[in-house]
Design a protein around this ligand. Sequence first.
Ligand code: NAD
Length: 334
Amino acid sequence: MEKILVTGGAGFIGSHFVKRILNADDVAEVTVLDALTYAGHIENLGVAFLSPKLRFVRGNILDTALVDDLMSRHTAVVHFAAESHVDRSFHAAGAFITTNVHGTQTLLDAATRHGIERFVHVSTDEVYGPVPKGTATEESPLRPSVPYAASKAASDLIALSYYQTHGVPVCVTRSSNNYGARQHPEKIIPLFITRLLKGEKATLHGRGEHVRNWLHVEDNCAGVEAVLRGGTPGEVYNLGGGTDLTSRDLTEHILHICGATWESVEYIPDRQANDIRYSIDWSKAAQHVGYQPERDLDEGLAETADWYRRNPDWWMPLVRTPQAAPALRVFTAA
Ligand code: NAD
C-alpha cells in the first residue's frame, strides 16, 4: 500500500490530484505538505478531509528537518509545490529559484536518504521555450524564455540528476497549460471569467496570436497518476493533447460561454518574452503509461465558468480591485 507525500497539494493542480488519488484502493495514506502561500488554499481540499487517509501539514519544502521527517514515513512523492505564475517571475525571480530549484533539491536529498520508491516531479511544457513549428518531444532542447520556465527547467535537470547520481526513481511530467476549477484568478482563463463576472473587460495581451495547448486539470492529474504507477525512472513524459488555441480563439470561447461579446475585451501591451507558440508531442506517455486525455474544451470551460460563478467567496478576496466588490453578472446561456 502506497503512502504518498504530495507537495503543493493545496494549490490548483495538487488539490485535484489529491482528491483523485484518495480514491485509489491501493493508497493507504496521503500527506499534503503545503506552505499555503498566496496560491495555496486549504479549502481547495474540501471534501477530501472526509477521508481518513488524508493528513495536511502546513510547511515549507525548504524545511530540511520537516521534509526529512515526512519523507521517512512515505513511499512515494508527487511534487507539485512551486512558484507558478510567469508574470510574478519577472519581478521576483529569487522566490522562483528558491522554491522551484532549492526546494526541489531539498526534497530530493531527503528522498535519497530515505529510499523513496517513486518520485514524480511535476513540470511544464514552458521549459522547451517557443516552438514556432512542429512539436517538442522529451528529447528537444530546453530553451526557457522566462525566469519561471528557467527555474522549472533547472529543477527538472536537478531531479533527473538525482536519478543518475543517487538512483532516486524520478520521473518528470511536462504538461501543457491546465484549466479547471480552483485556479488562481491571476491565470488567463479564471482572470477573464472573473473579470467578465465583475462586469469588467477581459485584458488580451498583444494581438492575441500566442498559441497554447489547453488541458483540463483532470486530464493532467490522470497523466501524473499514470506516470506515478507506470513511469520508468529517469524518464520524462510530456502530457498534452488538449486543444491548441491562439489566445484570441481562447477569448472567443470564453466570451461565448459567458454570454459576452468582443466589446468586453480590451487589448493591452504584450507581456515580456511571451513565447509565440508551445506545442508538445505526448505520444510517449500514451504508448508507455496509457495516458489519454478525455475532456472536451467547451464542456470543460463551461464547467469551469460555472464553478467561478457559484464560488465568488473563493475568488473575490484574491482579486485586487480598487472599488468595493461589485455585483456579479449572471452568465446568460451560451
Ligand atoms: P499553484 O500556484 O496553484 O499551487 C502551488 C502550490 O504550492 C500552492 O498551494 C502553494 O502554497 C504551494 N507552495 C508554493 N511554495 C511552496 C513551498 N516553498 N513549500 C510548500 N508549498 C509551497 O500551482 P499549480 O498551477 O497547481 O501548479 C502545480 C505544479 O504544476 C507546479 O509545479 C507548476 O510548475 C506545474 N504546472 C502548472 C501548469 C498550469 O497550467 N497551472 C502547467 C504545467 C505545469
